[in-house]
Design a protein around this ligand. Structure first.
Ligand SMILES: Nc1nc2c(ncn2[C@@H]2O[C@H](COP(=O)(O)OP(=O)(O)OP(=O)(O)O)[C@@H](O)[C@H]2O)c(=O)[nH]1
Ligand SMILES: [Mg+2]
Length: 295
């Protein structure tokens, strides 16, 4: 692919605003995991959006929030760092007619970056047109955005308009990612995130929010079978019991949902073995956070 311009755009917003959904839509691929639960995304992720002759790297960030754990603090720090040194910034908001403290904080941070700054009013598929104007009016009072774009990351309505505007800001540059590479995530991280997505989808809030997933073994056998062993780390014995479920039923469900997706990713059979262990309060332990891959 001939690349003449390439750059980076950061996407920020409160948890659950639809940042990861938007990024997947822009890239035309499922790169970031998406769930109805807030704080799905925990680390920064670069997704590649190729629109020849332009390559735009989109940074997906954790939802900005008032942190209560060391993990939360790391997530918030990641957001602050992600809006530095970018070519454009995008704030994604829920379609409600007032900005909250989170949005104001993010507006201030993105403002400091002094780059084109877009406001995306997401989820317009959930409200009638007349309810949109008060939302736009409320944000017009908050800052001078380069543009305010109502869209639906889920249906794709308005997403191409945003893409066209962002692509304009990408500076002359060779490609930042080689052809064929769609993100900066390793296979191990993509696998762990797929398992974590299923945990979030299958279980109630407290358990998956206190869980981390790591891939301990990844190998391919001669016959093409991909063998994966992953560990789900829980905060409490009780949580471990819930993840495993009666007679192992829940773990089996999580495993088979994840395996189906991984088989699509690898285009062939996958053997997935899941283990569950307990590390009390890992979200507040520097050493445990490091062990689990949070930097
Ligand atoms: N109706 C509707 N739902 C949406 C839209 N965009 C995202 N969602 C839903 O909102 C929920 C959160 O989406 P995510 O993309 O995970 O949100 P996020 O901002 O990445 O969330 P965190 O990673 O937790 O910060 C999911 O259930 C999405 O399907 C939209 O345009 N319309
Ligand atoms: Mg996300």
């Amino acid at each position: 692919m001939q690349v003449e311009r390439a750059g980076v755009a950061a996407v920020v917003g409160r948890p659950n605003a639809g940042k990861s959904t938007l990024i997947n839509k822009l890239c035309g691929e499922r790169i970031a995991i998406v769930t109805p639960k807030p704080q799905t995304t925990r680390t920064r992720l670069c997704a590649v959006c190729n629109r020849p002759p332009v390559q735009m790297v989109l940074i997906d960030t954790p939802g900005f929030h008032a942190p209560r754990t060391k993990l939360g603090k790391l997530m918030v720090k990641t957001v602050r760092e992600s809006v530095r040194d970018v070519d454009a910034a995008v704030l994604v908001v829920e379609p409600v007619p007032s900005a909250g403290d989170i949005e104001r904080d993010l507006i201030a941070q993105c403002g400091k970056a002094k780059v084109p700054f877009y406001l995306v009013v997401n989820k317009i598929d959930t409200l009638p047109r007349e309810k949109l104007l008060p939302v736009i009016a409320a944000y017009q009072n908050e800052a001078e955005f380069t543009a305010i774009l109502p869209l639906s990351a889920r249906t794709g309505d308005g997403v191409e308009e945003l893409a066209a505007m962002l692509l304009e800001h990408m500076p002359p540059s060779p490609a930042l990612f080689p052809e064929g590479m769609s993100s900066d995530q390793t296979d191990r991280v993509l696998i762990a995130e797929t398992v974590r997505e299923k945990l979030l989808l299958c279980l109630d809030d407290e358990v998956p929010h206190g869980a981390a997933v790591t891939v301990e073994k990844l190998g391919e056998r001669g016959d093409g079978l991909v063998r994966i062993e992953a560990v789900i780390t829980c905060e409490k014995e009780g949580h471990k019991g819930i993840v495993i479920g009666k007679g192992g039923a829940m773990l089996k469900k999580i495993g088979s949902l994840a395996r189906a997706e991984l088989e699509e990713m690898y285009g062939g059979p996958v053997f997935l073995k899941l283990w569950v262990r307990v590390r009390g309060n890992w979200r507040d332990s520097d050493a445990q956070l490091r062990n689990l891959g949070f930097r």
